[in-house]
Design a protein around this ligand. Structure first.
Ligand SMILES: Nc1ncnc2c1ncn2[C@@H]1O[C@H](COP(=O)(O)OP(=O)(O)O)[C@@H](O)[C@H]1O
Ligand SMILES: N[C@@H](CCOP(=O)(O)O)C(=O)O
Length: 325
């Protein structure tokens, strides 16, 4: 028996909700933008890493977050008096690392969900969603240096997720704007989440505090009222973007251009370097994608780029088990 789970990319923060808001996205051309983890029974625990971005990960399996997921999942089984079996895990690393697309969250969510489905099929145990999300947050914190659910929650549940200060609830789904397109431009450079958190101030002014609170509250209200104009008017980042934009070559120029061409909002996805740009017109989304492809991706000396651009919409499914091949 082999279980494979896909977990999608996400936009952490969505500019307006630092650490407390995240949106799962999927390309409209059905490209799998996310990681796939497969689990099957084996004689000993093993991890194989394949896929376009496999070479960007540490060589030692102990350094891979998927391996750490296995150790933590086994510990959770033992805490319930259950005996883990040996498994062979394969990570298909489709996501670039340090991209701002929630790459580590994709690996964490796909790995833990694949293990959970595997043990459910074995008839041993099935952790409920609340326990799973807590485990996912714990593993994401191990890698990024702080506990934030804004990637793992949308990656696991799909949609737009707002983190709630209640350990029993953790996250709530917000209504989404389903006619909107999210153009995601990954320039092909790496920005580590840890480093991008270190450039942030430890204190903010009262004016920033008021603007942050007002924007986030207005955004949540506008989502519930499905007021697209107001919701996108307040997608403004006073917490991270003013400090992180210097880590992103060409970001300010791209923002200015896209806004002048009528984008509903533009921002840094997660901690960057991916830029997201929102429009409700497909033709504009395709124009923006072409412009970003020509102007935001870093071209190497050999004329190639590791970057890419995808026109996406909201991913409502979150992590899903793939049919067995
Ligand atoms: N399976 C994995 N997926 C992504 N990153 C991993 C994985 N395993 C280990 N890592 C390491 O974790 C760190 C993730 O960096 P981070 O900036 O948090 O990425 P992202 O913002 O893309 O989630 C990198 O140093 C990377 O080498
Ligand atoms: N809220 C976090 C989000 C990090 O997202 P990632 O995709 O860059 O891992 C932050 O802004 O630090």
């Amino acid at each position: 028996m082999k279980v494979s789970v896909f977990a999608p990319a996400s936009i952490g923060n969505v500019s307006v909700g630092f650490d407390v808001l995240g949106l799962a996205v999927k390309p409209i051309d059905n490209t799998l933008l996310g990681d796939v983890v497969s689990v099957e029974q084996s004689d000993e625990d093993q991890l194989a890493v394949v896929g376009r971005f496999a070479g960007k990960l540490p060589k030692e399996k102990e350094q891979n977050i998927v391996w750490q997921c296995l150790l933590r999942f086994n510990q959770a089984l033992l805490e319930r008096g259950l005996e883990p079996v040996s498994v062979a895990i394969t990570l298909d690393k489709k996501m670039p690392v340090g991209s701002g697309l929630g790459s580590s969250a994709c690996s964490v969510v796909a790995a833990l969900e694949a293990l959970n489905c595997f043990y459910q099929k074995l008839g041993v145990h099935h952790f409920d969603q609340a326990n799973m999300l807590r485990l996912m947050g714990e593993l994401e914190a191990q890698i990024s240096g702080s506990l934030h659910y804004d990637n793992v929650a949308p990656c696991y549940f799909g949609g737009l997720q707002l983190m709630i200060p209640d350990e029993q609830v953790i996250t709530r789904s917000l209504p989404t704007f389903d006619d909107c397109y999210y153009v995601m431009a990954y320039p092909g450079i790496e920005v580590s989440t840890k480093a991008a958190r270190e450039v942030l101030p430890s204190e903010y002014s009262r004016a920033d505090l008021i603007q942050f609170g007002q924007n986030l509250a207005t955004f949540v209200d506008a989502c519930h009222r499905q007021d697209k104009v107001i919701a996108h008017q307040v997608i403004k980042d006073v917490v991270a973007e003013p400090y992180r934009n210097k880590l992103l070559p060409g970001f300010i120029d791209a923002c200015n251009y896209l806004q002048s061409q009528g984008a509903l909002a533009v921002g840094i996805s997660g901690s960057g370097p991916t830029l997201f740009c929102i429009t409700d017109e497909l033709e504009k989304a395709q124009e923006f994608a072409k412009w970003l492809n020509d102007n935001y991706l870093k071209v190497n000396t050999d004329g190639c780029t590791e970057g890419f651009v995808h026109v996406c919409q909201v991913d409502k499914q979150g992590a899903i088990e793939l049919p067995s091949s």
